[in-house]
Design a protein around this ligand. Structure first.
Ligand code: FES
Ligand SMILES: [Fe+2]
Length: 328
């Protein structure tokens, strides 16, 4: 079922989207979903592949199959598919020439920043996010299991870029209820989105991973890569840098898979559960609110919701989505 307007789907098909964390993709094929399409993601002879999760013989899901050498084997009748998608063997009739039409629909697959990305339009018109930290040896990279939210990818990313909600939704974690005012900030356009800096005196409860003081000053730098990827780099005193990566895959117009990861240049010995447990709590604060937003799809016509000065990031985000071809 197509849940996107045709022109929106075409615009989004020209973008890179994440489909899996790289370390979750080994030889066993895994299923993924993107833009209303079921995908199979697998690694064969060291190379990552993305294809439509459908064997054109009888429509079985290829994610139920397995990899042998550099070929994907369908579980139903054992047809084998080469790296370029062509069927190379039909075990029930091994002597008969194989039609070139018996071919998987393959998509580009790129491993970048700890994730596997694909582009359903075949050729991406926009770049991948510029995120060096996940593969920088000076940083420790950790990620949560992907989360599915009943929300649009655009609502999820706009929430990630929203600096006015900390004191409210996040009062149970880092939100400082005593300082709800939002300072004036600027949004600086980049070729693929924008960046913005925002200082925030965060609450720092005893259950936080950095429990030394009651409040902690965060110098926060956001980097948006259209359409649905954003990094928040938080600088703490003493050269400590903590980056949060929010890469959202639009499963459908109203459902998003969130690939949430962090990279930090300090506390390499601290248990991963302590760090990720904190992030899980923060996300659990956002999720019910974002899932409650109506309409689910982000209104790109700016006259449809109220925009105040502190919503500058949201208005710039909506304008950016229009710039890459989504219809208001
Ligand atoms: S459905 Fe895949 S081999 Fe028959
Ligand atoms: Fe939030």
């Amino acid at each position: 079922m197509n849940t996107f307007a045709e022109s929106d789907r075409a615009a989004l098909a020209a973008c890179w989207h994440p489909v899996a964390f790289a370390d979750d993709v080994r030889e066993t094929p895994v299923s993924a979903e993107l833009l209303d399409e079921a995908l199979v993601v697998y690694r064969a002879a060291g190379t990552v592949h993305v294809a439509r999760d459908l064997c054109i013989h009888r429509g079985a899901a290829l994610s139920k199959g397995w990899v042998e050498g550099d070929e994907l084997v369908c579980a139903y009748h054992g047809f084998r598919f080469a790296a370029d998608g062509r069927c190379t063997r039909i075990p029930a009739m091994p002597e008969v020439p194989i039609s070139p039409k018996l071919c998987l629909r393959k998509y580009p697959a790129v491993e970048h920043a700890g994730l596997i990305w694909t582009c359903l339009g075949g050729e991406a018109a926009h770049p991948l996010p510029d995120w060096p930290e996940p593969t920088d040896s000076g940083y420790r990279f950790l990620h949560l299991p992907p989360q599915v939210w009943d929300a649009s990818a655009a609502r999820a990313i706009e929430n990630f870029l929203d600096v006015a909600h900390f004191s409210w939704i996040h009062a149970g974690t880092f939100g400082n209820r005593e300082i709800p005012e939002v300072m004036k900030y600027d949004v600086e356009p980049t070729p693929s989105g924008f960046r913005m800096d925002y200082p925030y005196l965060a609450a720092n409860p005893a259950h936080s991973p950095l429990p030394e003081e009651k409040y902690i000053q965060r110098q926060m730098g956001y980097l948006l890569t259209l359409p649905f990827s954003a990094r928040l780099a938080i600088a703490y005193e003493g050269g400590r840098r903590y980056c949060i990566f929010d890469a959202c895959a639009p499963i459908s117009a109203k459902r998003v898979k969130i690939f949430f990861s962090v990279a930090m240049n300090f506390d390499h010995e601290k248990p991963a559960d302590e760090i990720l447990g904190w992030e899980r709590k923060v996300l659990a604060e956002d999720k019910p609110i974002v899932e409650s937003q109506r309409p689910e799809e982000l209104p790109l016509d700016l006259s449809e919701e109220f925009h105040l000065r502190f919503d500058r990031a949201s208005t710039a985000y909506r304008q950016g989505l229009v710039r890459i071809g989504l219809k208001p």
